[in-house]
Design a protein around this ligand. Structure first.
Ligand code: CA
Length: 222
C-alpha cells in the first residue's frame, strides 16, 4: 500500500516516513501544499496523511482540490492540539479521520490501516479467501490453518489483491501501489513475486487474467 505524507516540518516528516515504512508502506513525501496537490491528483495513493498548516497552499485547500477533482483516497488530517474548529473544517472538506498533534506513531499507523480497510469495504482486519486467511494488522497468513511465511513484498502484494478479492488488478495498478517513486524494483518484479507466492500458496489462488493482470480467487474457490 502506498501512502502520501504531506508535512512541512522536516523532522516530523522523516519520523512519519520511517514509521510507515516500518509498517511496510511505500511512502512519498510532499513538503508543501502545491506539491501535495499535484501528487494527490496524479498518483494513486491508498491513503494520505495531511498536515493542515503548509507553505504555498494550506492543507484544507489541498483537500478541497482533491475532492473536487474526484479523488476519493482516504485522508487522515493532522490538526493542532485542541483545535476542534480545524477538525470540523477538515471533516467538512472531505477528511476521513483526524489526529491531534502530538500523537503516538502507533495510533497513526493503526488509523491509516483502518482507513484503507474501510475504503475497500473491509471493517475487520482479517480477510478470508477459501483456505487462505490474511490478517492485515498482524501481517499473518495461514493456509488451511497453517502459518505461511512471506517476505514483506510478497505479503503486500497478496494483501493488495485480497483487498480487491475477486476482481482483476492490473500490473500497472500493483506497481503503483506497492512501490514508492524511488524504489529499485528490478529483482522484485511482480512476476517474480507472484511466482514465489504461488509456490508457497499453491497454484489455484492467484489467477492470471489475460490482458488484465492478477486476481485473488473469490470465495467460490474455497
Ligand atoms: Ca505544518
Amino acid at each position: 500500500m502506498r501512502v502520501l505524507v504531506v508535512e512541512d516540518t522536516t523532522a516530523l516528516a522523516a519520523q512519519l516516513r520511517a514509521a510507515l515504512e516500518q509498517a511496510d508502506f511505500a511512502v512519498d513525501l510532499a513538503p508543501d501544499g502545491e506539491e501535495a496537490s499535484f501528487l494527490g491528483e496524479t498518483e494513486p495513493y491508498d491513503a494520505v496523511v495531511l498536515d493542515l498548516g503548509l507553505p504555498k497552499l494550506d492543507g484544507l485547500s489541498v483537500l478541497r482540490r482533491w475532492r473536487s477533482a474526484g479523488r476519493t483516497m482516504p485522508v487522515l488530517v493532522l490538526t493542532a492540539r485542541g483545535g476542534w474548529a480545524e477538525k470540523v473544517e477538515g471533516l467538512n472538506a472531505g477528511a476521513d479521520d483526524y489526529l491531534a498533534k502530538p500523537f503516538a506513531m502507533a495510533e497513526l499507523i493503526a488509523r491509516v490501516k483502518a482507513l484503507i480497510r474501510r475504503a475497500h469495504g473491509h471493517a475487520r482486519p482479517e480477510i478470508a479467501c477459501g483456505p487462505l486467511s490474511i490478517d492485515t494488522v498482524l501481517k499473518q497468513v495461514t493456509l488451511n490453518g497453517a502459518p505461511v511465511r512471506l517476505t514483506t513484498l510478497e505479503f503486500n502484494l497478496l494483501a493488495y489483491l485480497a483487498h480487491r478479492i475477486g476482481q482483476p488488478v492490473s500490473k500497472t495498478e500493483l506497481t503503483e501501489h506497492l512501490y514508492a517513486q524511488d524504489f529499485d524494483r528490478d529483482s522484485n518484479t511482480l512476476e517474480v513475486i507472484v511466482g514465489r507466492l504461488r509456490r508457497k500458496l499453491g497454484d489455484g489462488l492467484i489467477e492470471t487474467i489475460r490482458g488484465q493482470g492478477y486476481r485473488l480467487a473469490g470465495a467460490a474457490h474455497g
